[in-house]
Each structure stands twice: as C-alpha cells, then as structure tokens.
Design a protein around this ligand. Sequence first.
Ligand code: FES
Length: 83
Amino acid sequence: MIVCSCNILTKAQILSAAETLQREQPGRPLTPARIYRFLQMRAQCTVCFALVRRIVMESGLAVTCPEPLGSGADDEKNDALYG
Ligand code: FES
C-alpha cells in the first residue's frame, strides 16, 4: 500500500523504519519527518503525515508527538520542531 505518493513510500517501509528507529533510540518520539529522514526521503506536500502517524500508532510503537500542520517541506529544516 502506497502511503506517500510524493516519494512512492509504502506502509511496509514506514513500519520497518519506525521499528528500527524505535529499537535504536527507544525514548525518542517517532515523527513522520524523522522516519522520512531515516529513509533518505524528503516530505514534499506532507499530506501523508497524518496517515504515517496513524500507522505508527496502530502498530503499537511509541506514540508520535504532535507536529505542526502546514508547510512541512520548509519546516523539516527546523530541528527544534522535528529533531
Ligand atoms: S504524499 Fe507524502 S509528502 Fe506528499
């Protein structure tokens, strides 16, 4: 199932990345931007972010922290928001 059409990113890729990130740094929130960086992808329209958060939460992994909605492409550069 394609979750992010901008990057042709599948649910399986998202879950695999989220599981790896959770294992490597268990206390750190799993945000869509962090998952995309791990996959060496860059969010463009960010329409998929809500679905990515839902997929991660429903998998039983650590709950993602809330992220501001809006222009995620420029906001990704801000580590204060997405660190
Ligand atoms: S659908 Fe994921 S960044 Fe556009």
